[in-house]
Design a protein. Structure first.
Length: 142
């Protein structure tokens, strides 16, 4: 469904979210992150999760070294682990977004050889069924 992305001087939904599962508060930097936090809390398969669990290094489009913090690490009841990055679909082909994902996948492969950890993007399609549902969510948090 269509989502308008505005860059520059915009007001993103930001704040703090209290997690009952983790018994602590997590910051969020967008309405998508907030919606994902709600999903993590309500998903009975999710045991615990962490926000920005570690720092990684990657080279940006100009080959400058940068720091990347994946959005979430999620531990499920069955023992599986996911590292997730919350992004609008229109940004998935961005060079830097892909460079960050590559850095994380390489880190997992090198440092977690005996643990299966999946890396995936969470987009508006994972969070909302349609644009109306997204607009209703925005209204509910104001």
């Amino acid at each position: 469904f269509p989502v308008t992305i505005k860059c520059g001087k915009t007001k993103y939904v930001q704040g703090s979210f209290y997690s009952v599962k983790n018994e602590e508060s997590f910051p969020y930097k967008s309405s998508y992150e907030l919606a994902y936090l709600h999903q993590l809390e309500s998903n009975t398969e999710v045991l615990k999760y962490m926000y920005e669990p570690f720092d990684l290094y990657y080279r940006d489009v100009n080959q400058k070294q940068r720091v990347y913090k994946p959005d979430f690490m999620v531990l499920y009841q069955n023992g599986s682990i996911e590292i997730t990055e919350v992004k609008p679909r229109v940004m998935l082909q961005d060079f830097d977004v892909q460079a960050k994902a590559k850095s994380c996948r390489e880190y997992i492969k090198e440092y977690y050889k005996d643990v299966e950890i999946q890396y995936r993007f969470i987009t508006e399609r994972d969070l909302f069924n349609n644009d109306k549902e997204y607009q209703d969510f925005l209204k509910s948090i104001k």
